[in-house]
Design a protein around this ligand. Structure first.
Ligand SMILES: *[C@@H]1O[C@H](CO)[C@@H](O)[C@H](O)[C@H]1NC(C)=O
Ligand SMILES: *[C@@H]1O[C@H](CO)[C@@H](O)[C@H](O)[C@H]1NC(C)=O
Ligand SMILES: *[C@@H]1O[C@H](CO)[C@@H](O)[C@H](O)[C@H]1NC(C)=O
Ligand SMILES: *[C@@H]1O[C@H](CO)[C@@H](O)[C@H](O)[C@H]1NC(C)=O
Ligand SMILES: *[C@@H]1O[C@H](CO)[C@@H](O)[C@H](O)[C@H]1NC(C)=O
Length: 590
């Protein structure tokens, strides 16, 4: 820890700096605590000295001020009008020859950020040029490991996620259509974040509620109902069969008082109108919520304190993994359209009841602190099930208008980012599953749209008749979105790395072509103080679409990652310059 660096305020706190510094540094070498105490005392002394001047004559004040004129702000200022470019007038302050402009104005005018912060009782103002974060890779990127920095992502929490479908176990997006739809890019990010969390988070803790083998729960069975532990020959395992009366109030119930783990998983088979219901209670407000998992194809609906998630209508065993707090949260957001409700904290909830109704079977009912790998596989399975076998694409079922000047993308379009992210998910699934061929087959098939031009339903565009580019939005005219293109290259790289020898030639070809384009075109995105998100200023001849800071930071993070796998100095040099922009630096002018 470098105190002098963390708290520069101390070196200009109004006390005679030149005398204290050497002592301060000597002491720090021996004992930081003593040094801190020392600084604290100096601070108190300074305040007391200042205080003693209050109320004294003007003369003494100015004497003190002259002593410290370089280091002490004098609170003598007058108001002055400030005329901004002859357009507006704002109130400022004048002190001597200097003029002070309110930060609230600078914030809006220059889009810079600032906040007051307090360290050890000393307040200071912190100015930042951007609000985003750069992640410096610690090692060479490995497709068997964490994807980018996605262990920090919580896709399902996002407001534009309607819910996590209990049919597929993956998020449903409302970004471009409020009804909701499966968005391959988002599903992949969900999968990749859980894969990454599996590698970075603490081991899950689990409580098996009932597995019919070793752990049995004490279910309460009403006289009108039946509960049996039976051996299922086809599955070669014991299962729990239940049947209750048509009266849906009387279910087979398990009373609980569980406050620890809120990720539920189980194997389940439900027939018509059957359901599994989890009752949650808020320990503070005592409010009760019912989470119903029903045989239906609806994603989510809710009424009063009942929240319903459909698990599909196919009568077959399925394994479901549910984050109950996310389900509750999405249910409440569904009810409360203005989204004003505060987030529910895990620590406030408890599970008080599990009820089975209708006719069905369950097994392996478990509560866990997390089930990241299960959730990752839910995403991987989605990519296996929902691929167009012929085209190899994962279609996006909603219309997308990128901007005026571009033709709309009609439902069913493919995205290089969705395809590339899909490859990243499937490659990891192939690796992690120890070579399940279904994942590899789907990944290899997913390469097809990279060869097909945008106008023919693929994702390929060509810049200046020369450079091939994989389009996140395969618009007409081409848009050349940078971040989506780099994500698609990462997907190709993942597949190349993980596929068995000789199976990834196609991916290699596409990757190499893309790399040539990236190296040649990268600096077209450099706007001298920011980057541009795409090349619409070139293809439709309008103002550039400047990347907001989180996209700019994504550009930087992607280049830093690429520079760990590609021997190309341009990536590193460009990333460094773009990091400079985040700190207010600008390219030189003539
Ligand atoms: C990660 O997945 C492995 C199975 O591949 C599992 O044993 C481990 O407990 C998981 N860890 C976390 C943090 O999810
Ligand atoms: C469930 O309902 C469908 C029609 O919705 C019907 O065809 C089927 O026989 C029902 N199954 C059972 C077990 O009741
Ligand atoms: C399911 O419930 C609906 C109404 O709630 C009813 O019309 C239907 O007959 C029920 N089906 C079965 C198989 O119980
Ligand atoms: C258990 O219930 C399932 C339906 O959930 C049924 O298909 C199966 O035959 C039942 N098994 C026994 C032994 O009753
Ligand atoms: C429950 O888990 C055990 C152990 O993983 C597995 O063998 C069994 O098939 C599971 N039950 C069902 C119904 O899938």
């Amino acid at each position: 820890m470098n105190l002098a660096e963390k708290k520069p305020g101390y070196t200009r706190s109004g006390v005679s700096v030149s005398k204290e510094l050497p002592i301060f540094f000597i002491m720090m070498r021996f004992n930081i605590k003593v040094a801190l105490l020392f600084i604290f005392l100096i601070g108190i002394l300074t305040i007391l000295t200042l205080y003693s001047f209050c109320g004294n004559s003007e003369k003494e004040w100015s004497k003190f001020y002259n002593m410290n004129s370089k280091t002490l702000d004098v609170p003598v200022s007058e108001e002055i009008d400030c005329d901004i470019n002859g357009e507006i007038i704002i109130g400022c302050r004048k002190e001597g020859d200097d003029v002070y402009i309110p930060f609230s104005f600078l914030h809006r005018y220059f889009e810079v950020y600032g906040k007051l912060a307090t360290y050890d009782g000393t307040e200071r103002f912190e100015w930042t040029h951007s609000y985003s974060k750069v992640y410096h890779p610690k090692a060479k990127y490995d497709p068997r490991g964490v994807f980018m920095y996605f262990e920090n992502y919580n896709v399902e929490v996002r407001e534009r996620v309607k819910c996590v479908s209990a049919i597929e176990g993956v998020p449903v997006s409302t970004q471009w259509e409020s009804q909701g739809y499966y968005y391959p890019t988002q599903i992949a990010q969900f999968g990749l974040s859980h894969f990454s969390k599996n590698l970075t988070e603490p081991e899950p803790r689990r409580k098996i509620i009932d597995d019919c083998e070793r752990d049995f729960a004490k279910w309460t069975v009403p006289t009108t109902a039946k509960l049996e532990r039976v051996f299922d020959k086809t599955l070669n395992t014991k299962i729990l069969n239940f049947s209750t009366s048509e009266n849906y109030m009387e279910g087979v119930r398990l009373k609980m008082d569980h406050v620890l783990y809120f990720v539920m998983s189980l194997d389940i088979l439900l027939t018509n109108n059957s359901s599994l219901c989890i009752t949650l209670q808020n320990r503070e407000t005592k409010e009760i919520h019912f989470l119903h998992y029903i045989t239906s194809d609806i994603w989510i609906t809710s009424q009063d304190n009942n929240i319903y998630h459909g698990i599909g209508t196919v009568k077959a065993w399925k394994r479901i993994t549910r984050d109950l707090i996310i389900d509750l949260h999405k249910g409440l957001a569904y009810l409360d359209k203005d989204k004003s409700k505060p987030k529910i904290s895990r620590s406030k909830m408890k599970i008080i009841d599990i009820t089975l109704r209708g006719l069905g079977s369950i097994d392996n009912l478990t509560l866990s602190s997390s089930e990241h790998i299960q959730q990752f596989y839910d995403a991987a399975e989605w990519f296996v099930r929902h691929q167009d076998i012929e085209t190899g694409g994962w279609p996006i079922p909603v219309k997308r208008k990128l901007a005026s000047g571009f033709h709309d993308l009609e439902p069913g379009w493919y995205s290089s980012m969705g395809q590339g992210h899909g490859l990243s998910v499937l490659s990891r699934a192939y690796y992690h599953s120890g070579g399940d061929i279904r994942y590899l087959t789907a990944a290899l098939r997913g390469l097809k749209p990279f060869r097909v031009t945008s106008s023919e339903g693929g994702v390929r565009a060509t810049f200046a008749d020369k450079y091939h580019w994989y389009e996140e939005y395969p618009t007409k005219p081409a848009s050349f979105v940078l971040n989506g293109f780099i994500y698609s290259l990462l997907g190709l790289y993942d597949l190349i790395t993980i596929a068995p020898p000789g199976q990834a030639q196609e991916a290699e070809f596409l990757y190499n072509e893309g790399m040539i384009s990236l190296k040649s075109m990268l600096t077209l995105f450099d706007m001298g103080s920011v980057t541009s998100y795409d090349l619409r200023h070139f293809t439709i001849g309008i103002a550039p679409n400047l990347a907001r800071w989180d996209y700019h930071a994504t550009h930087v993070n992607q280049l830093l990652l690429l520079s760990t796998i590609e021997n190309e100095p341009l990536f590193k040099i460009t990333a460094e310059r773009w990091i400079g922009y985040m700190n207010g630096k600008r390219a030189d002018h003539n």
